[in-house]
Write a protein that binds this ligand. Structure first.
Ligand code: FAD
Length: 418
């Protein structure tokens, strides 16, 4: 089977990419999704808060997903469900497997990686103790409750205050559980401010910053967990232990872009994001292979995932139609003071035709700063921000006129505004 563009992953990134590829002249498109329906992680996010930027409406996850699924079906874009991609080769051959059709090989002119991300587990953070039942990642608990109809516990501790942990604190409370506390290792929450207010403050759930879970007790089922305060090096401080009686521990300790396929393929990965390095067209280090959404870097707002998907889809179409696509060997964007990463990591100014959007995360909570774009010591443009936090992704748009006559790389850094 031969296609012009194959999209791997039918979440919001993949759906937006397929739609944009179609609208830019490509008709032979296939979306491959391993789950039994399209929509990705949005299908289990039944809370509202999606689509404020894109649709100027407050939608639930499934409602947002359905809008894109309708667009895909209206355009009659082909998709296959319960189909797991096993391997991608450099010459764009894809092997996949499904219960209905068995093993299949597909050839593509261009491939868009949109596999999303997965959660870190207890193993990844090495909490000591027994291995009783009652320990879930927050996303797994969300799927059990919202999609499968199982209540995972009654007395709950949540480790990690990223958005999924915060949303699950409210969800468990609404389902009748007693959420005793949300525990956060950092001195700040990793989630959006609106989620701290709406999911914890509104329900009187305490947030313990600079604390961690240091022991899990119980042999068959969790019976209690020990929580300790940590010092500035994130080491537990002896004598600060508090024991919480509970039957459930939810872990919301970070997301990892799902890049096993990308790694095997040989796409260059960025250690800071754990996702493929991309340029402003979302092309990876391999010509004709694009990436978008959480597989590139973890987003907090789906609206930006859709925008990134559209950019990847449009440029994959341009690639297939033999229009010139900037290569990855162009100007690098380096992160300076206060910046954890930027996406894209590279831009090709010779071929860039649109203003450049740069997404980034900061490494701490900051007040009254300027996000400064520099070329060597020369300051090109600054974007003032009153408040910055690691849990809130930042976006700047650099008009092309500021990027004339650049030599060497660009640096993005924070500068205090006095
Ligand atoms: C719990 C949670 C709450 C959130 N809350 C909000 C919110 O309130 N507001 C908001 O705007 N955003 C929210 N977000 C963020 C937003 O929903 C995500 O960033 C977005 O859904 C990511 O889209 P994606 O397409 O990149 O990934 P996903 O939605 O994860 O989709 C990836 C798809 O790829 C498929 N896949 C992976 N590997 C393969 C393979 N080998 N073969 C075939 N298919 C494969 C997966 O099955 C999946 O369907 C939330 C995210 C989470 C996890």
């Amino acid at each position: 089977m031969k296609y012009d563009v194959v999209v791997i992953g039918g979440g919001p990134a993949g759906l937006a990419a397929a739609k944009a590829a179609y609208e830019n002249g490509i008709k032979k498109i296939l979306i491959i999704e391993r789950d039994k329906e399209l929509g990705g992680i949005l299908q289990q996010c039944i809370h509202n808060g999606f689509g404020l930027h894109r649709f100027k409406e407050e939608l639930t996850g499934p409602e947002y997903a359905q809008r894109y699924i309708n667009m895909i079906t209206d355009l009659q874009i082909e998709y296959t469900l319960e189909s797991m991609v096993l391997n991608i080769t450099h010459d764009k051959k894809i092997s996949m497997i499904s219960p209905e059709k068995g093993y299949q090989e597909i050839e593509a002119k261009s491939i868009i990686l949109a596999m999303g991300c997965r959660e870190r587990t207890r193993g990844a953070i090495n909490i000591p103790g027994y291995r009783p039942a009652g320990i879930f990642t927050a996303g797994a608990a969300q799927r059990y409750i919202n999609m499968e109809g199982y209540m995972v516990g009654k007395k709950v501790i949540i480790l990690g205050s990223g958005d999924i942990g915060l949303i699950m604190a409210r969800r468990m409370t609404l389902e009748g559980a007693d959420v005793k506390a949300v525990i956060e290792l950092q001195p700040f929450s990793g989630g959006l401010t609106r989620n701290i207010v709406q999911c914890l403050d509104d329900f009187g759930i305490p947030l313990l910053l600079s604390h961690t879970v240091t022991n899990i007790l119980g042999k068959n089922r969790v019976e209690s967990v020990t929580v300790s305060k940590v010092d500035e090096n994130k080491q537990p401080i002896p004598g600060t232990e508090i024991e919480y009686e509970c039957d459930t521990l939810l872990l919301s300790v970070g997301l990892i872009p799902e890049n096993e396929l990308s790694r095997e393929l040989g796409v260059k990965l960025d250690r800071r994001t754990s996702g493929p390095m991309v340029n402003e067209t979302m092309q990876t280090s391999i010509s004709g292979i694009f990436a978008c959404g959480n597989v590139v870097h973890v987003h907090d707002l789906v609206d930006f995932v859709s925008a990134e998907g559209e950019r990847a889809g449009k440029n994959a179409a341009n690639y297939v139609l033999s229009k010139s696509i900037p290569s990855l060997n162009s100007i690098a964007i380096e992160n300076g003071k206060g910046i954890t990463y930027t996406v894209p990591q590279n831009i090709d100014l010779d071929k860039a035709s649109e203003n450049i959007d740069i997404f980034m995360r900061v490494n701490n909570v900051y007040k009254n700063q300027k996000i400064l774009v520099k070329n060597g010591e020369k300051e090109l443009i600054g974007f003032p921000r009153k408040h910055l936090a690691p849990g809130e992704m930042e976006r700047i748009t650099i008009p092309l006129k500021f990027l004339k006559n650049i030599e060497g790389n660009l640096t993005v850094e924070l500068q205090e505004v006095l």
